[in-house]
Ligand binder design. Structure first.
Ligand code: FAD
Length: 453
């Protein structure tokens, strides 16, 4: 049995915990079965945003005529794009691995592991134990038990990000952020895309007006089936057929490829966690308290597997708290109340805080301000005829939420994030700040100035 001060399971956000522990002189083991950098670098945020950027460039050329510029797309080297993305990201992962192998006090195990007891893990015939253990083993695509799913070939985001060529046609099961991002990418590359979603809109967790806008935009590009539940799937020489039912009747959608984008499940089952007393919550995520402590002593969990917020920046935020506990012996509670999120389609979606629907469900009183991009100078210059910003506040002006759909929403939303972080962030904090003219930020300023005060 090899003994360590700290053992970290999972080299996604977990790699920063391992590096901090080793740099502090603690004997540290990092166990990762795949490339370092985890989902975000290899199968998530990075490759998806690199594809979205290429789609944006393509659509920019196609749109050039709207600005009086004569330009046409002569061709798209999709295989070349994917090759470049793949080699850029695999180099980053390999460099990280080389760095970690050289690091003092750090032992890297490139193995699949599972727990033997609370703080002991099995790695390739050996057992290692940590005085402190961090579980950062992430999540993987969740595939619903639809009739026939095990008999057909389907894609998840893992494969869809690295196809050699875009399929001629694609059916996407699920209408969340992965669906609309990849739907946008493949549509841009010339694929006929159909999206099937059981809720009434795509991205249904967003503010209602935002979800409707994105659904309307998607309907212009794709065949969108909302309110449908998948019942069965089959394949033949024509392709893959997804059967679904709704109150409006049944549909059968056939395409070259099926992308299953119905959420992600925690990797808890692969680690045999519950067998060793690291308890799971009712959703199957590791049960953690506000200090990211699990039910086992000296075992912490963070990132997707802890289930607080399945976003990279949430995992990075939690990393800072885990490091404080594991490396510095502090106990800092997490506060995820101001957690922005973004959907990188075009137009982008970004939000922070409560939606109108959530506040209405809680019976809370609130006021709203909105502004449209097209009513701002930069919105007109850029011909942004879709998109708006919405600010939501208490009756006495405390910001409760901000939701933006439109170009650069991912950047603009941070005005509200920063105001809300300095609690209590007020409508005046944004509305009375002088915004440079003519920036896109003016749409955020206008939304906050529109809030009744
Ligand atoms: C297509 C896609 C796009 C995304 N886009 C965004 C985005 O734009 N913005 C954003 O904030 N988030 C995005 N995300 C989510 C983001 O990638 C995750 O929230 C984040 O990567 C989670 O980090 P983590 O450290 O919890 O897990 P991971 O990064 O998944 O790391 C866990 C690691 O543990 C390893 N592991 C698991 N089990 C074992 C085992 N038994 N033995 C050894 N190793 C094991 C895995 O191989 C993995 O590398 C996206 C995700 C996807 C799939």
């Amino acid at each position: 049995m090899t003994e360590f001060d700290v053992v970290v399971v999972g080299g996604g956000t977990g790699n920063n915990v391992a590096a901090a522990a080793a740099d502090a002189g603690l004997e540290t083991a990092l166990i990762e079965k795949g490339p370092l950098g985890g989902t975000c670098l290899n199968r998530g945020c990075n490759p998806s945003k690199m594809l979205v950027q290429r789609a944006n460039v393509l659509n920019g050329v196609r749109d050039a005529g709207r600005f009086g510029v004569d330009a046409t797309v002569e061709g798209v080297d999709y295989a070349g794009m994917v090759d470049e993305i793949s080699s850029t990201l695999s180099s980053a992962a390999e460099n990280m691995e080389a760095d970690y192998r050289d690091r003092e006090h750090l032992t890297l195990y490139k193995e699949e592991t599972r727990f033997v007891d609370e703080r002991t893990l099995a790695v390739d015939g050996e057992e290692i134990t940590g005085e402190r253990v961090v579980v950062a083993a992430g999540s993987r695509p969740s595939v619903p038990p639809i009739d026939g799913i095990d008999e057909v070939e389907y894609l998840t985001s893992d494969e869809a990000l690295y196809l050699d060529e875009p399929p001629d046609s694609l059916v996407v099961l699920g209408g969340g952020y992965i669906s609309v991002e990849l739907g946008y990418v493949f549509w841009s590359m010339g694929t006929d895309v159909a999206i099937l979603e059981r809720n009434d809109t795509l991205v249904h967790r967003e503010d209602g007006d935002v979800a409707e806008t994105i659904t309307d935009v998607a309907r212009e590009r794709h065949d969108v089936y909302t309110g449908y539940s998948a019942t069965a799937v089959e394949d033949d020489e024509e392709g893959v057929t997804l059967h679904a039912e709704s109150q409006a009747g049944d549909v059968a959608l056939t395409a070259d490829e099926l992308l299953v984008a119905t959420g992600r499940r925690p990797n808890t089952d692969l680690l045999a966690l519950d067998a060793v007393g690291i308890e799971l919550d009712e959703r199957g995520f590791v049960d953690t308290n506000e200090y990211l402590e699990t039910t086992a002593e000296n075992v912490w969990a963070q990132g997707d597997i802890a289930g607080n917020s399945q976003l990279k920046h949430a995992g990075d935020y939690e990393t800072r708290h885990t490091v404080a506990s594991v490396v510095h012996g502090e106990r800092r509670s997490i506060d995820l109340s101001v957690m922005p999120h973004v959907i990188f389609t075009e137009p982008q979606v970004a939000g922070v805080g409560a939606t109108e629907e959530e506040l209405a469900a809680e019976g809370r009183e609130y006021v709203v301000g909105t502004a449209r991009y097209e009513d701002t100078a930069m919105g007109r210059a850029k011909k942004l005829d879709t998109g708006f910003a919405k600010a939501i506040a208490t009756l006495d002006g405390e910001i409760l939420g901000c939701h933006v759909v439109g170009e650069s929403a991912s950047t603009l939303v941070h005005e509200a994030v920063i105001a809300m972080q300095s609690a209590p962030g007020t409508v005046s904090d944004v509305a009375e700040s002088i915004h440079a003219h003519p920036t896109l930020n003016k749409v955020v300023e206008a939304a906050f100035r529109d809030v009744p005060r």
